[in-house]
Design a protein around this ligand. Structure first.
Ligand code: 2HA
Ligand code: ZN
Length: 265
């Protein structure tokens, strides 16, 4: 690894990949991660010739992230393998000047995740909307959140956000903009990416109906924390249901002011 900051970033990705596997949210090749590493790779690394250049199936070119570098998990790779060998199960890519292709520059030719288009569109969207601090995208399959998405009632606007906020105060604070819902779409498609971007504009995490969820954050740990906190609330709700009662939930007025109080937003 050429520089310590990149090493630190890749270690954090490996740590989160392990969490996703341990949580049971990453069966076989389920889930994918991308993190912008432009600020932490050395110039000698940046100037590397491409090992391979690949076209992106986009309807319009990327604009804001041209020339940026990303670590991305590999297609068909297991999260549990990313956890122990991130550079052997992912690659560093650079978005080409045309905004329609990318170079794989390190360490070897590992083809990126099938959701790469979604990830890059999201990075491009966040950067072009002035959210320059957003560097990481994480997609995973949290069992309890996917389970809730099988209930059509939960897919109505704000229903799941309000329910999950009301389970524990932390959820109101750590996920202050709540969870957006995207109706079922074919995985890996531009339609899924577009619908996700629409929901990301107003939410911290997006739930893909009957599939999984996606979070963006300043670093990969932040994306994990948001999903993990929502999953904790979903566990509490489902545990109460299993025990035979509907949880009372914290009243909305008791949740007011929490975000300001904890200064996390
Ligand atoms: O990377 O989870 O949605 C495999 C997936 C696709
Ligand atoms: Zn998935």
């Amino acid at each position: 690894m050429p520089c310590s900051e990149l090493y630190y970033q890749v270690c954090a990705i490996a740590e989160v990949a392990g969490f996703l596997w341990q949580r049971g949210w990453a069966e076989r090749n389920g889930g994918n991660i991308s993190v912008c590493v432009t600020d932490c790779i050395s110039s000698s690394y940046k100037d590397r010739n491409p090992l391979k250049t690949v076209a992106l199936p986009l309807t319009h070119p990327l604009t804001t992230i041209i020339g940026e570098y990303y670590y991305v998990t590999g297609t068909n790779r297991r999260m549990r393998d990313v956890a122990v060998n991130p550079m052997g199960n992912g690659a560093i890519i650079r978005v080409c000047k045309d905004g329609k292709s990318y170079d794989i520059i390190a360490d070897e030719v590992i083809m990126p995740t099938s959701e790469l288009v979604s990830h890059l569109e999201m990075h491009d969207f966040e950067q072009s909307n002035g959210r320059k601090q957003i560097k990481a995208v994480c997609h995973t399959h949290p069992t309890q959140l996917v389970a809730l998405s099988h209930n059509p009632e939960m897919l109505k606007p704000d229903v799941m956000t309000r329910l999950l906020w009301s389970m524990i105060p932390e959820t109101r604070v750590i996920v202050p903009h709540g969870i957006g819902i995207v109706p079922y779409r074919q995985p890996g498609t531009i339609e899924l990416a577009a619908a996700t971007i629409e929901q990301l504009a107003g939410h911290d995490v997006v739930l893909w109906e009957k599939h999984g969820c996606l979070a963006v954050g300043e670093d990969i740990l932040e994306t994990f924390d948001a999903i993990d906190t929502l999953a904790k609330s979903a566990d509490i709700y489902l545990d109460c249901c299993t025990a035979g009662f509907k949880p009372q939930g914290i009243a909305p007025d008791m949740l007011e002011g929490l975000v300001e109080l904890f200064h996390l937003n």
